[in-house]
Design a protein around this ligand. Structure first.
Ligand SMILES: *[C@@H]1O[C@H](CO)[C@@H](O)[C@H](O)[C@H]1NC(C)=O
Ligand SMILES: *[C@@H]1O[C@H](CO)[C@@H](O)[C@H](O)[C@H]1NC(C)=O
Ligand SMILES: *[C@@H]1O[C@H](CO)[C@@H](O)[C@H](O)[C@H]1NC(C)=O
Ligand SMILES: *[C@@H]1O[C@H](CO)[C@@H](O)[C@H](O)[C@H]1NC(C)=O
Ligand SMILES: *[C@@H]1O[C@H](CO)[C@@H](O)[C@H](O)[C@H]1NC(C)=O
Ligand SMILES: *[C@@H]1O[C@H](CO)[C@@H](O)[C@H](O)[C@H]1NC(C)=O
Ligand SMILES: *[C@@H]1O[C@H](CO)[C@@H](O)[C@H](O)[C@H]1NC(C)=O
Length: 545
């Protein structure tokens, strides 16, 4: 009888199970990466977008929420999407930087990315993290307080993302290709934008200028994001002060100024009181560049604040510090405190070299498969663990003249491995190699405290005794001053919030040209011994290489 034979033994265990409510209730968003046509500066151009929008869609969530974004690539380039400033506890899998935590999503493919919010509250943003596509593939993330809790400031009448961007007439991938081929500086952008619009001062742009409608007597929350590729910006609104209340989705002590400074990658929530004669006022932004001889886009983007029933129609631009006004920039940058106590070479570099950038003398080279998977599956030969703790050579980093032999860096893919639960301090020391500049340094997976900042060479003994351990700024992107340093601290886990940022996290300068040149490395934070002290399992639909 056939009953006597078995070919497969199948044992089925019946049990009741629970599906986490949370998992079921994750809100889902659909991101379709595709080309769309846009008119700017009197020319029609095809750009890469999400859902045909530029800037892309705004994600609105509450603190602590988890969402899923289904990213479909209908474009012709590889793409990956990063949730800038979202800590993604234990979940580096869907963080986004290509060849760091994933292989890119190839044309025609899809990746469902879980975005796990934890302690962030305020404004963050999402952007492409492959080549230079983030120039047009980006959008705002607004994180509201948990239901039943409130802002630490009076409720504004309205809230508006103010997204600063950079626009090239040429195709951005072409800009990148030419720049890499030349070995020199990338070409300048043709315009800056506010919410996708260049504004009055550029040709063919007057009509579509972004307008913020206000009513006299009310207060508005401007959620500023600098999505720019290559420049730090000054921003201001004519005749109106701005009160900074949060940076990088972390509240600050209120700071009232008539201009702000915002680096690529950073966000800043500012209250604006509409207290002027009803009329129309300019808001404006332009570059802050403190390096003589460096060519840059020196144009000014504008938008307007339009009062209801406004008659007064002034035309003056707001006061903005001069392009190279580093003392105004530094004064602003160093005044922010957290709320709780807690020359352009036409081609190539000097003497037949190419321009590059490095950290501890290593110019980072992207591996062929991503570091996260190589680490998780123990694939040898993808990266090394010898990122040095200290620069290999101590010299006067900020000297006026740096000898050529100190300018040549090594190439490599070296990461820094950190033990679970360690307290980490990183001192970013700017150098005057090939000319100094401010650098916006961004760490994925964490917010860190900026405990110190100064000009010249960091002096471990003297400077560390002056750290601010009371109310240091809490950021994910810190502007390191030109020929100066900044010290940050973070804990390689965060028990306060019951989440642990274990895994593989990218550390890089947020100037796009500097990433291309190699100013980056990776932190691997090892797992602990406890049940929650390890990386979550990989999603089933990881993009293949
Ligand atoms: C801006 O702030 C300064 C200093 O607090 C104050 O003197 C000035 O009146 C304010 N201007 C406006 C338009 O509120
Ligand atoms: C901007 O740069 C252009 C070209 O380098 C120069 O001719 C112009 O004077 C500059 N404008 C300002 C306002 O600095
Ligand atoms: C800024 O640039 C101006 C004009 O090029 C120059 O006169 C001035 O000395 C510069 N200031 C600083 C602080 O570098
Ligand atoms: C440039 O390179 C040449 C040949 O290697 C060398 O002799 C010369 O000293 C270098 N120039 C500088 C400024 O170092
Ligand atoms: C480093 O170079 C700067 C700029 O030339 C100079 O002011 C400083 O004194 C130098 N520091 C040391 C330690 O030599
Ligand atoms: C960087 O590494 C290169 C290649 O090993 C070496 O020649 C150079 O002296 C190093 N420079 C510094 C500043 O460490
Ligand atoms: C796209 O990604 C795949 C997988 O990593 C890679 O093999 C391919 O070369 C990439 N294409 C381009 C144009 O970079």
């Amino acid at each position: 009888m056939f009953l006597k034979y078995i070919h497969h033994l199948l044992i089925i265990v019946f049990a009741y199970s629970l599906i986490s409510l949370e998992a079921r209730n994750h809100r889902r968003y659909r991101f379709v990466v595709k080309e769309a046509s846009y008119n700017r500066l009197c020319e029609k151009k095809t750009i890469l977008t999400v859902n045909g929008k530029f800037p892309g869609p705004t994600l609105k969530v509450h603190k602590g929420e988890t969402i899923v974004v289904d990213v479909h690539n209908h474009g012709k380039y590889n793409i990956s999407i990063h949730w800038h400033g979202v800590k993604q506890p234990r979940n580096p899998w869907t963080d986004g930087p290509e060849y760091i935590t994933q292989c890119p999503i190839q044309p025609g493919r899809k990746f469902s990315q879980k975005v796990i919010f934890s302690d962030e509250e305020g404004t963050l943003w999402w952007h492409a993290h492959s080549d230079w596509s983030r120039a047009t593939v980006h959008g705002a993330i607004i994180i509201y307080p948990k239901p039943g809790t409130y802002y630490p400031f009076p409720k504004p009448r309205a809230e508006v993302p103010i997204i600063l961007g950079e626009w090239w007439k040429e195709d951005i991938m072409q800009v990148l290709e030419e720049f890499v081929a030349s070995g020199g500086q990338p070409m300048d952008s043709d315009a800056y934008t506010i919410n996708g619009q260049p504004g009055d001062l550029y040709p063919c742009s007057k009509h579509d200028t972004f307008k913020l409608k206000v009513k006299h007597g009310n207060t508005y929350l401007l959620r500023l994001i600098n999505t720019g590729m290559n420049e730090i910006h000054f921003f201001a609104v004519a005749k109106h002060n701005l009160t900074v209340v949060a940076t990088d989705a972390s509240y600050t002590k209120p700071l009232t100024r008539n201009y702000i400074v915002i680096g690529p990658g950073q966000t800043m929530d500012c209250l604006m009181h509409a207290n002027q004669d009803p009329g129309r006022y300019y808001m404006a932004a332009r570059a802050y560049v403190n390096s003589p001889g460096i060519r840059f886009d020196n144009t000014t983007t504008t938008a307007t604040v339009n009062y209801e029933n406004g008659l007064y129609n002034p035309s003056e631009l707001p006061y903005l510090p001069y392009y190279n006004d580093s003392s105004s920039a530094l004064d602003f940058i160093t005044s922010i405190r957290s709320l709780n106590s807690e020359s352009h070479p036409t081609c190539a570099g000097p003497n037949g070299t190419r321009l590059a950038a490095s950290m501890n003398n290593i110019s980072f080279v992207n591996p062929k498969i991503d570091i996260l998977e190589a680490y998780f599956y123990n694939t040898p030969g993808v990266f090394g663990k010898r990122f040095p703790d200290y620069p290999p050579l101590v010299y006067n980093y900020t000297a006026d003249v740096i000898p050529l032999e100190l300018l040549i860096s090594k190439r490599g893919t070296q990461v820094k491995v950190v033990k679970y639960n360690s307290n980490v301090e990183v001192v970013f020391q700017g150098t005057n190699n090939v000319g100094g500049i401010d650098h916006p340094m961004h760490l994925h997976g964490y917010s860190f405290y900026v405990v110190g900042r100064g000009l010249g060479n960091f002096d471990e003994e003297k400077d560390s005794s002056n750290y601010n351990l009371e109310d240091p700024q809490h950021l994910n992107t810190v502007i390191v001053p030109k020929n100066g340093w900044a010290a940050i601290r973070f804990k390689a886990d965060n028990p306060d919030f019951n989440f642990l940022e274990i895994g593989v996290w990218f550390l890089h300068c947020h100037f796009e040209r500097h990433i291309t040149w190699g100013m980056e490395t990776v932190f691997i934070v090892r797992s602990g011994r406890g049940p929650k002290e390890h990386v979550l399992p990989p999603p089933h639909d990881m993009p293949p290489c």
